[in-house]
Design a protein around this ligand. Structure first.
Ligand code: ADP
Ligand code: F6P
Length: 324
């Protein structure tokens, strides 16, 4: 029979995402409910290597569900990519009696969790990233808040774009993924959505479309540019030169990572954190919690990392149809 888990560690790693605090809270309270102790590891794998580890009680996670960011702080830790760093991390877990670990982060962080699992520390990953770019899951913590933040900003840019009869290129985050751009493009009724997964670099088509819409009396022209497509400032200059329409680029940036999480992020993060604890308590290791068809499932980390996903073709086609 599996040895009962006595102490669970929890850390946040990689880029922060709104809702991570709700996940931490869920891990702490669900574990305590099962009679399992909890230790918080600060600043991701850095904190593990430096033994920046704190005891967590129910009270430690009071008043955090509504807060953006992560109370455990987060970081990137190059040392943890190396086997020596991973050996040290496993030894630190052993020293502190951490026999189960919840890692809240993205694919990179899950590779770290996998390395620890291979060294005898039971690990479960919880998908936390605004980018929605984790293939095994239909939802990642932070996406909804990020999209809503970006959407509100784009609405504001649209006001000034219309007043000045300008073209506005608004760049949203997402690393190499276009999910935030696609959702904002639809929600904001953009004239064009450029996403890494589909953009063919045909700037002339955009220029022709701007000229044509201008002739029809359109006052503004909003282009949502995914970060992975990049060069929004250069594109603005080229479009202005080719169309004669004043063009400005706005890069929303890290505002998309902050702010109070939406209800969707708080609820899904809570469920994922709780599920991670149940998995560890049942003796599972090397798993990732995923949201699928409205429910919560889990996958082997290796299997999950090998999965691929694409943006929703129906949404993409529909976005083009509605922008005509
Ligand atoms: P995310 O988790 O959001 O994908 P990163 O890719 O930056 O973010 O990864 C976060 C951290 O996870 C890295 O700084 C590193 O500590 C750890 N990590 C990334 N890749 C690996 C790997 N191949 N092996 C072990 N740890 C890794
Ligand atoms: O993964 C989240 C994310 O915000 C990406 O959208 C973006 O490419 C990256 O992190 C930015 O990272 P940093 O905070 O290191 O600038």
């Amino acid at each position: 029979m599996e040895k009962k888990i006595q102490t669970i560690g929890v850390l946040t790693s990689g880029g922060d995402a709104p809702g991570m605090n709700a996940a931490i809270r869920a891990v702490v309270r669900s574990a305590l409910d099962l009679g399992i102790q909890v230790k918080g590891i600060r600043r991701g794998y850095n904190g593990l290597l430096e033994e920046d580890i704190i005891d967590m009680e129910s009270k430690s996670v009071s008043e955090i569900i509504q807060k953006g960011g992560t109370v455990l702080y987060t970081a990137r830790c190059p040392e943890f990519v190396k086997p020596e760093g991973q050996d040290k991390g496993a030894a630190v877990c052993k020293k502190h009696g951490i026999d189960g670990l919840v890692v809240i982060g993205g694919d990179g962080s899950f590779k770290g969790a996998q390395a620890l699992a291979r060294r005898g520390v039971n690990t479960v990953g919880v998908p936390g990233t605004i980018d929605l770019d984790i293939s095994c899951t239909e939802y990642t913590i932070g996406f909804d808040t990020a999209v809503n933040t970006a959407m509100q900003t784009i609405d504001k840019v649209r006001d000034t774009s219309t007043s000045h009869e300008r073209c506005s290129i608004i760049e949203v985050m997402g690393r190499n993924a276009g999910y935030i751009a696609l959702w904002c493009g639809i929600a904001n009724g953009a004239e064009d959505i450029l996403i890494t997964e589909r953009y063919d670099n045909d700037e002339q088509r955009i220029i022709n479309s701007i000229i044509e819409k201008r002739k029809k009396g359109k006052k503004h022209y909003i282009i949502i540019n995914a970060e992975g497509v990049g060069d929004s400032n250069g594109m603005a200059k080229r479009i202005e030169a080719a169309t004669g329409m004043e063009t400005r680029a706005t890069i929303i940036g890290h505002a998309q990572r902050g702010g109070s999480p939406t209800a969707r992020d708080r609820v899904i993060a809570s469920a994922m954190g709780s599920k991670a604890v149940d998995l560890l308590a049942s003796g599972a290791s090397n798993r990732i919690v995923a949201y699928k068809n409205g429910g919560y499932v889990d996958y082997d980390i290796e299997e999950a990392l090998a999965m691929t996903k694409d943006i929703d073709q129906y949404l993409y086609d529909m976005s083009i149809r509605l922008s005509r």
